[in-house]
Design a protein around this ligand. Structure first.
Ligand code: SIN
Length: 364
């Protein structure tokens, strides 16, 4: 159970020994995998470049392992499979994509280390998990619509964010949507005061940790795969997530109240190991970029409807009370969370926040 009762100074909620243990575990898994992955990936790519004219379908295709932490029946889960289908068909079998959903290979905190080490080639982590400027997109009540969020990531700001990943050894290929987050808890969350003293799970983002502290609760950073058990056993009182993640992880089974707060946005960046990607033959890379473009359009066409459907399904179970705050209550929450913007300037460039706000205010 990797729950940290964290504070803002404990970067991304991890203490040193935990980080070391995670890195060592990841490194040992990766070390075993590296030989086979890079043998299948890099050296095989080089061999294919020389042999491509005579052997259109190599005996051992280039392997892309795509790891993610959510269920198959989500927009991300289905789009990962769509990418597999398109990539394999369009390369005529020269590329094989193995999709590992639901934290089967790596949990939240391990997966970026695994990508750095080349133990997997492709991920689609929530933006919160990249830290730094990406955490600007975690700011509470930053966006009021999907369209607003999309204008930011589809424009120069999104391009710059993906570009900045290169220095970390990642190539950013696309932004994939999820949607607006809601809160669940084992008691009603109707006013700002209701959060006081509650242990609420958030992703590893200093902005999200700050958000929960500002509401007077005790933020707890943990992997998505641990949240159900922590809520069930009472180690956590509540959490924030999108309806589709709540429904597909069955979190509504272990909570009594849900507040449709739509207070923050959850979305993804699809990233690959840059060294692996740059070593691919140019024609294969171009084909894969096309497959990713189409898988991205597919993902982004599913996400909003998925969340509407999931919220209805959760309500229909009758297992928890659903509360929809009115605009007066939401204005109070928004006001209570304004200080998160100032505090976050310690790790987010204030100019970026102003740039995002300018895009939000520009006419569509
Ligand atoms: C995800 O949607 O990939 C995970 C989000 C979370 O950790 O809550």
């Amino acid at each position: 159970m990797d729950i940290d009762h964290t504070n803002v100074s404990g970067t991304h909620g991890e203490n040193k020994s935990r980080r070391l243990a995670t890195a060592l575990t990841t490194f040992s898994i990766a070390a075993v995998q590296l030989a086979s992955v890079w043998a299948l990936g890099i050296t095989e790519v080089d061999a294919q470049t020389q042999a491509s004219a005579t052997a259109p379908v190599p005996a051992r295709p280039i392997l892309i392992q795509f790891s993610h932490v959510v269920a198959v029946d989500t927009a991300k889960g289905r789009a990962a499979l769509k990418f597999k289908e398109l990539a394999e068909a369009r390369t005529g079998g020269q590329v094989r994509v193995e999709v590992y959903p639901n934290s089967q290979l790596y949990k939240d905190r391990e997966e970026l280390d695994a990508l750095s080490l080349g133990a997997v080639q492709m991920l689609a982590p929530a933006l919160s998990k990249f830290g730094g400027d990406f955490e600007a997109l975690d700011l509470p009540f930053l966006f009021t619509s999907h369209a607003q969020y999309r204008r930011v990531v589809d424009g120069p700001i999104g391009a710059r964010m993906l570009q900045n990943l290169e220095s970390r050894g990642f190539r950013g290929l696309a932004f994939w949507d999820n949607g607006f987050k809601v809160f669940t808890a084992n008691r009603p969350l109707q006013s700002v005061q209701d959060f006081k003293g509650l242990r609420i799970r958030v992703q590893a983002s200093k902005t999200l940790v700050t958000q929960m502290k500002q509401l007077g609760s005790e933020p707890s950073v943990s992997s998505l795969s641990n949240v159900h058990e922590a809520l069930r056993s009472g180690k956590l009182d509540g959490q924030e997530n999108t309806p589709i993640n709540i429904a597909s992880q069955h979190l509504h089974d272990v909570q009594t109240h849900l507040t449709v707060s739509n207070h923050g946005y959850l979305a993804y960046a699809v990233v690959v190991n840059k060294y692996f990607w740059d070593k691919l033959p140019a024609d294969i890379r171009t084909t894969l970029e096309g497959a990713m473009r189409d898988a991205t359009a597919y993902e982004n066409s599913l996400a909003e409807a998925d969340n509407i459907r999931a919220l209805k399904q959760i309500e229909a179970t009758g297992k928890l009370n659903v509360y929809v705050p009115d605009s007066r209550v939401l204005a109070q929450w928004r006001q209570a969370l304004v200080p998160v913007y100032q505090t976050s300037e310690a790790w987010i460039d204030p100019a970026l926040i102003s740039d995002i706000e300018a895009v939000n205010q520009a006419p569509p």
